[in-house]
Design a protein around this ligand. Structure first.
Ligand code: CTP
Ligand code: MG
Length: 239
C-alpha cells in the first residue's frame, strides 16, 4: 500500500489576528507556514504524493504559494466550509489521482508548520502494520480544569472551576493522523458536526486509533503569539 499526504489549507485563520490572512500564507523565517509544512513532508520518502487543499477562489493563494512547488506536491482548490469538509473533498481528489482504498492517507494541518520528517516517519513506522491507524499525540502536561456551567461557544470572563479533571491517560491530539483511504472515506461520509479531527470520526465507527507520542513543538499555529514562537523554533533549527 502506498502512503499519501493530505494537507488541509483552506481555513480563514480567524483566530490568528491581523496581518496577511489566511495564516497559512503568512511568512515566518523566510517562508510561508504552508511552505515550511510542505518542506517537511516532501522529505519523507514514503509519501507518494502530497495533496494540498486550498480554498476555491482564494485571492491570496496565487500570490503566496511557492512559485515552484516541490515535485510530488499537487494543489487543488476544493476546500470546504469546515476542516472536515475540506478533508472529505481532498479524499475524493486523492482518488482521482489514483489512490486506492487500502492506501494510507496522512492528514496534516497546514498550520502545523513545525512538524519534522522524523515525527512523520515515527507515525508511519508505528501505524503501517496496524489494523486501524493512528495519530501523533502528546500526553497532557498541565492540570486540567472543568468549568462550572460551561456554555458552548466562547470562553466567558467570569468562568469558575467546577472540578479538577485527572490528566491521567489524557492526550492532546496532533496531526498527521494516518488511516486507510477506505476507512477515512467511510468515517467522513457521516454527519461531520463535532468532527474536529479524523481520529474522532474513525472512533465513531467503533475503532481505537493508536496514540503515537509526539513533540510539543508540533503545535498548531492558531493565535497571534504563536507566530513568534514558531519562528524562533525554525530559526534555532537552522542554526
Ligand atoms: N482548514 C481547512 N478548511 C477549513 C478550515 C480549516 O482546510 N474550512 C485547515 C486550515 O487551513 C488549517 C487546518 O485546517 O491548516 C487546521 O485548522 P485551524 O487551525 O482551525 O485553521 P483555521 O480554520 O484557518 O483557523 P481559525 O479556526 O482560527 O479560523
Ligand atoms: Mg478552524
Amino acid at each position: 500500500a502506498r502512503a499519501w499526504a493530505l494537507v488541509p489549507a483552506a481555513g480563514q485563520g480567524s483566530r490568528a489576528g491581523t496581518g496577511v490572512q489566511p495564516k497559512q500564507y503568512r511568512r515566518i523565517a523566510g517562508h510561508s507556514l504552508l511552505e515550511h509544512t510542505l518542506h517537511a513532508l516532501v522529505q519523507v520518502q514514503a509519501l507518494a504524493r502530497v495533496l494540498v487543499v486550498v480554498a476555491p477562489g482564494d485571492p491570496l493563494r496565487a500570490a503566496h504559494l511557492p512559485t515552484s512547488l516541490p515535485q510530488r506536491v499537487t494543489v487543488q482548490a476544493v476546500g470546504g466550509p469546515t476542516r472536515a469538509q475540506s478533508v472529505r473533498n481532498g479524499l475524493a481528489a486523492l482518488q482521482t489521482l489514483g489512490a486506492q482504498a487500502h492506501d494510507w492517507v496522512l492528514v496534516h494541518d497546514a498550520a502545523r508548520c513545525l512538524v519534522t520528517p522524523a515525527l512523520v516517519e515515527r507515525l508511519i513506522d508505528r501505524c503501517r502494520h496496524d489494523a486501524v491507524g493512528g495519530l501523533l499525540a502528546l500526553p497532557l502536561a498541565d492540570t486540567l480544569k472543568q468549568q462550572r456551567d460551561a456554555q458552548p461557544g466562547s470562553v466567558d470572563a467570569d468562568a469558575r472551576v467546577a472540578q479538577t479533571v485527572s490528566r491521567q491517560g489524557k492526550w492532546l491530539a496532533q496531526t498527521p493522523q494516518m488511516f486507510r483511504l477506505g476507512l477515512l472515506c467511510e468515517a467522513l461520509a457521516a454527519d461531520l458536526q463535532d468532527v474536529t479531527d479524523e481520529a474522532s470520526a474513525v472512533e465513531r465507527l467503533g475503532y481505537h486509533p493508536l496514540l503515537v507520542p509526539s513533540s510539543a513543538q508540533n503545535f498548531k499555529v492558531t493565535y497571534p503569539e504563536d507566530f513568534a514562537l514558531a519562528e524562533a523554533i525554525l530559526r534555532a533549527r537552522s542554526e
